[in-house]
Design a protein around this ligand. Structure first.
Ligand code: ZN
Length: 322
């Protein structure tokens, strides 16, 4: 029995100053800071997670922020754009909100749907797309200054940029069960699982694009959803048999992950839907304190000395810091 890849689980990017990152994603985009932890592979760096109220898979944008990080270079073999879904008739609101915070926007149309493109403070390329599908019933976070009727509903899609998309297309279709659903010029859209917004991967083919460098303002990896540990083990076998061996399973506390680099150069992850973000703090308290996994907890004192304190603009009244 083949279990499908259910869509995008999370997108992880590299950022500069952590406070600037929180101010933008929680303060301007209105996502909830759902987890404040460290990079398990480098505990001197924060790992900040943003999402809906509970951190549902498919809504989770995460960052490794480090002040004075060097800037990446956009190029072939990268996730060039991360696209969030917003409800219909929301773009005028977002255009004004972003412009008021001095974020320059440009209008776009994506497979018939209107959208906005812009960049975060580190130059990470983002988009908002008005989505009319049933995915719009996803419950948004209602604790930010963005009105609920315009709030981000989670991911719509990611765009992978390649000078040559052929090998990546073969991986998606032949090994990962994606289906081609649309094409527009050099952009070809695929979807997985039940499809629709949140399950789209766009391959953008640009033969003139030189290889990029992943650093500040770049996506580090894209994670796709698998239901549970059994499904993940099944996918490890299938990918290995298809010539794409993954890492061993890594315990990320809130999900279990395997990684592999797709042939075009983008780092892919498969992440389980369970156990979720309320495993080490209550839903009410998500993101309020620095959380460390048990195997790092003994280093808490040293880690807290190294990490800068952070203020969540959505929690200003409580004065919660790291
Ligand atoms: Zn990840």
């Amino acid at each position: 029995m083949k279990t499908p890849i259910l869509g995008i689980h999370h997108v992880t990017a590299i950022a500069g100053d952590p406070q600037t990152n929180v101010d933008f994603y929680a303060g301007v985009l209105g996502l909830r800071l759902i987890k404040k932890t460290v990079n398990f592979d480098d505990p001197s760096t924060y790992h900040l997670y943003y999402g809906d109220g509970v951190g549902s898979p498919g809504t989770v944008m995460t960052f490794f922020p480090r002040a004075r990080v060097r800037r990446g270079v956009l190029g072939s073999g990268q996730t060039s754009t991360t696209t969030f879904a917003v409800p219909e008739n929301s773009l005028a609101y977002w255009r004004q909100r972003l412009e008021e915070t001095l974020v320059r926007t440009a209008d776009l149309t994506r497979f018939g749907a209107p959208g906005l493109s812009f960049a975060d403070p580190d130059g990470l390329r983002l988009e908002l797309i008005e989505s009319s599908g049933p995915e719009q019933n996803r419950q948004p976070w209602d604790g930010s200054s963005v009105p609920v009727e315009h709030a981000i509903r989670g991911f719509d899609s990611v765009t992978l940029l390649h000078a040559d998309s052929a090998t990546t297309e073969r991986l998606l279709v032949a090994a990962m069960g994606f289906r081609q659903v649309a094409a527009d010029g050099q952009r070809v859209r695929y979807e997985s699982g039940g499809g629709g917004s949140g399950a789209f991967v766009d391959l953008l083919h640009d033969p003139n694009m030189a290889p990029g460098r992943v650093a500040g303002g770049s996506v580090h990896h894209v994670a796709f959803r698998v239901a549970d540990d059994d499904a993940e083990a099944e996918w490890q076998n299938r990918l290995s048999e298809a010539g794409h061996p993954t890492t061993e399973v890594k315990d990320r506390m809130y999900f279990h992950s395997v990684y592999f680099r797709e042939p075009g150069g983008v780092l892919f992850e498969l992440a389980t839907d369970n156990p979720g973000f309320a495993t080490d703090e209550s839903v009410d308290q998500l993101g309020s304190e620095l959380r460390l996994p048990p195997w790092i907890e003994s280093h808490r004192n040293r880690i807290e000395q190294v990490l800068p304190s952070l203020e969540d603009p959505q929690r200003k009244d409580t004065g919660v810091a790291a």
